[in-house]
Ligand binder design. Structure first.
Ligand SMILES: C[S@@+](CC[C@H](N)C(=O)[O-])C[C@H]1O[C@@H](n2cnc3c(N)ncnc32)[C@H](O)[C@@H]1O
Length: 258
């Protein structure tokens, strides 16, 4: 097992990084104020995965959803909305927790474009008022995914741009997947998104660590957790306008827990 990188001038481990200085507003504006091509592709893939899963395994609309490291991204929660009575938005940074608590009460207009993408599947169109529905379902919980995630408590889960974007240490990338998988009950469908080839990223004027991963790292991390049928796909960065600096692409993992 790889050792955690030693202390340096730059944060490398999850504990070293200044999460409470994560500039929620700057991240939201840079990343989610408008819907760009790679998020559109990610969202469409997740939409089709969840819709196909629940077509095969019908359920009530009272499931317990979980989005780990929610940041200022509401689209994973929106993607789980038709099936969920509650959705826990689990987040470490107090700045993001405050942003989420306010945003979920009546989410802003920019999320309508994301909801529209989801609505090409009828199960999403059947949710007549997603704003009110999310406000009723969302529970924002502050915590550390390495120590505070309840085990086996979620029926459906997402974790977007978190496992590889919280530390430079490969052992923590793997640990984040281990804890995410343990938080879901057997059979639960999941969707994760990853930055490929990222070595760190800036939010406002603060740099956060990342672990450089590729597709084989995602397959390897899920080997013990995913039921047959895990899909890990690659989404190319549109050449003209990369959304997030310093990465080579986005990967999406879609599956269900064994
Ligand atoms: C790159 S951001 C991704 C945010 C969001 N999921 C998205 O799709 O844009 C990484 C997120 O992981 C959160 N995070 C970092 N370490 C964490 C930990 N130990 N437990 C829970 N969340 C953590 C950060 O606060 C931040 O919101």
């Amino acid at each position: 097992m790889e050792a955690i990188p030693s202390l340096g001038t730059r944060a490398l481990t999850n504990r070293q990084a200044p999460w409470d200085s994560f500039d929620a507003e700057a991240y939201f504006k840079h990343t989610y104020r408008s819907l760009v091509a790679d998020d559109r592709q990610v969202l469409a893939a997740v939409r089709d995965h969840f819709a196909a899963h629940f077509a095969r395994h019908p359920s009530s609309d009272g499931l317990r959803g979980l989005d780990v490291g929610a940041g200022t991204n509401l689209y994973p929660a929106l993607a789980m909305l038709p099936w969920c009575g509650s959705i826990t938005l689990f987040e470490r940074a107090i700045s993001n927790v405050r942003w989420l608590r306010s945003a979920v009460q009546n989410y802003g207009d920019s999320w309508d474009a994301f909801w529209e993408v989801l609505c090409s599947q009828p199960v999403y169109r059947a949710v007549t008022d997603p704003r009110t529905r999310l406000a009723g379902a969302a529970k924002v919980v502050r915590g550390d995914l390495f120590t505070d995630l309840p085990q086996g408590a979620a029926d459906i889960g997402t974790m977007f741009f978190v496992a590889e974007s919280l530390s430079a240490a490969r052992v923590e990338y793997r640990g984040a997947i281990d804890h995410f998988a343990a938080a879901l009950r057997p059979g639960a469908p999941f969707a994760l998104a990853f930055m490929e080839g990222s070595r760190g990223y800036d939010v406002g004027d603060v740099t956060f660590p990342a672990c450089e991963i590729e597709r084989s790292d995602v397959l390897e991390a899920f080997r013990d957790y995913a039921a047959d049928g895990l899909e890990v796909s690659h989404i190319d960065v549109p050449g003209s306008q990369p959304l997030r600096d310093g990465y080579t692409g986005v990967m999406v993992a879609l599956g269900r827990i064994r």
